[in-house]
Design a protein around this ligand. Structure first.
Ligand code: NAG
Ligand code: NAG
Length: 473
């Protein structure tokens, strides 16, 4: 600004001191107000500061004039970063032409400085100089990962999921998994001794709990953006085991929400938890069904966990009874289900198989890598498609799932490929109807490293009690 302009300005300002027509309509938090001219100067020829009678020095939040459906400013402060100056401010107060607003292009549309759009997980802003400036996060869904997997012979196919699209890879790992690695004491927990008899324990090439125990195996659930696979996998395995063990007299779908909200000691709710803690709770306190205590998927991230709405008390012989009604007021069955202590299986593939075939699904902890999120079908194995990218594109986190069977098929070369059949907790539109298959016998993603089985706490009395009730309803 030249000395002549300055002088003119000072004179103008001086002339307006004490002006009576100050507009009282004050814009609050002025610094955060959206720029009036971000969409281009809408009324470039109006005479606002002129009509007002002049301009104000420095900052003066009362130095305003009504402008379209809002107000505009005639003080020097408006000329900082937020251009909420009146259209004739530059001419009238500074004696210069109004600033040119930069234009960015996108799909043939014009955007002005400060306007934004979201490209997958990255926010892009139209910068001064008319160039888009985009965040550089690694996204959970990277189209080139999907394409590379689908073009390669990896034995599985990838797909885009709208519920995962737009999250960053870090958010996916933070919100969609949620099992903390067991402590080293737990990791060193004794494995049960299984005496495999090679003659009598012949394992079939294919086995699926869904077929051996129809109506007793529960469908995959959807944890949403709540990192509580610790609660989902525990509730799922316990539900199946109780149904199998009671021979279908009881087929409860146990409540993950009961664990998330009530098993809070050393547990993180929707921010991750430990499976050993979940089993402790299921054994000592017990949980109700999912219909009694329904899952409330978080509406925001990081998720907030509602307070515990179910307690139980001892009624002798280790059994417990609910002391509150179901949070779902339509449901009157607040029976508490408990388990015995869980047992750890060896990492031997055959022993895991025998356990599933004899007793039902097991819980397994696994490391989820970036490419697992886009799994659609086939036999998953972690691929190298992101290996050449910077480290931010290659991340993993700990998760837990339910293994319910196995099988074997051949790849395009005729080479046999062994797999596990497992249930995830990302809804039924993910993977193979909520299930996935993963390479078996190679500890793929550490899925064979920590496998848990459990018994329900069921007595003959329970069986009759539940049997009767069912008949009389
Ligand atoms: C006000 O904006 C104009 C145009 O962008 C600029 O040339 C001038 O230096 C600014 N003046 C002040 C006081 O910030
Ligand atoms: C993935 O799905 C989202 C939401 O449904 C869509 O906006 C996006 O264009 C899709 N991306 C790819 C690579 O197909």
């Amino acid at each position: 600004m030249g000395p002549i302009v300055l002088t003119a300005l000072v004179l103008l300002l001086a002339a307006q001191e004490g002006s009576a027509d100050r507009i009282q309509n004050r814009r609050t938090r002025r610094e955060l107000a959206s720029p009036l001219h971000a969409g281009g100067i809408r009324d470039p020829y109006g005479s606002y500061c002129h009509r007002r009678g002049g301009c104000c020095p420095g900052r003066d939040d009362l130095c305003t004039v009504p402008y379209l459906d809002t107000i505009c400013y005639c003080d020097l402060f408006c000329n900082r970063t937020v251009s909420d100056c009146c259209p004739d401010f530059w001419n009238r107060c500074l004696g210069v032409p109004p600033p040119f607003i930069d234009v960015c292009e996108r799909n043939g549309n014009k955007f002005y400085t400060g306007q934004t759009y979201k490209e997958n997980c990255n926010l892009c802003t139209c910068g001064s100089s008319g160039r888009w400036e985009c965040e550089q996060n690694a996204c959970l869904i990277e189209p080139d990962v999907i394409n590379a997997v689908n073009r390669g012979n990896y034995g599985w196919k990838a797909a885009n999921y709208s519920q995962l699209y737009g999250l960053t890879l870090d958010e996916g790992i933070r919100f969609r998994l949620g099992t903390k690695k067991p402590s080293s004491t737990i990791m060193n927990m004794n494995e049960i001794q299984m005496n495999m008899d090679p003659l009598n324990d012949r394992l079939p090439l294919y086995f699926n709990s869904l077929e051996k125990w129809p109506g007793k195996i529960h469908e995959p659930l959807d944890q949403g953006n709540c990192a509580a696979s610790w609660a989902f996998s525990t509730a799922a395995v316990a539900s199946d085991r109780i149904s199998i063990q009671s021979m279908g007299h009881m087929t409860p779908q146990l409540s993950p929400q009961n664990l998330i909200s009530c098993d809070t000691r050393n547990q993180g709710g929707c921010a991750g938890g430990r499976v050993d803690g979940a089993w402790w709770y299921l054994r000592r306190r017990g949980v109700v069904t999912d219909d009694c205590y329904p899952y409330q998927p978080p509406q925001q991230t990081p998720a907030e966990v509602g307070r515990c709405m179910m307690q139980s008390r001892s009624v002798g012989r280790g059994k417990r009874q609910a002391t509150q009604r179901c949070p779902n007021t339509q449901n009157y069955h607040n029976d508490i289900y408990q388990s015995t202590p869980p047992y750890r299986l060896s990492s031997n593939e055959k022993e895991i198989m025998k356990e599933i075939m004899d007793n039902g699904p097991v819980q397994a902890i696994m490391e989820v890598h970036e490419d697992f999120f886009v799994y659609k079908s086939g036999i998953y194995k972690h691929t190298d498609v992101s290996f050449a990218k910077p480290p931010k594109y290659r991340k993993h986190g700990t998760h837990s799932v339910r293994i319910l069977g196995w099988g074997e098929d051949r790849d395009y070369n005729g080479t046999p490929r062994k797999y596990w059949i497992a249930a995830n907790s990302w809804g039924k539109n993910w993977g193979e109807n909520g299930y996935f298959r993963i390479t078996r016998g190679e500890n793929e993603c550490e899925i064979e490293a920590f496998v848990i089985g459990v018994w329900g706490r069921i007595t003959m009395e329970d069986m009759q009690h539940h049997h009767h009730r069912r008949r009389h309803i």
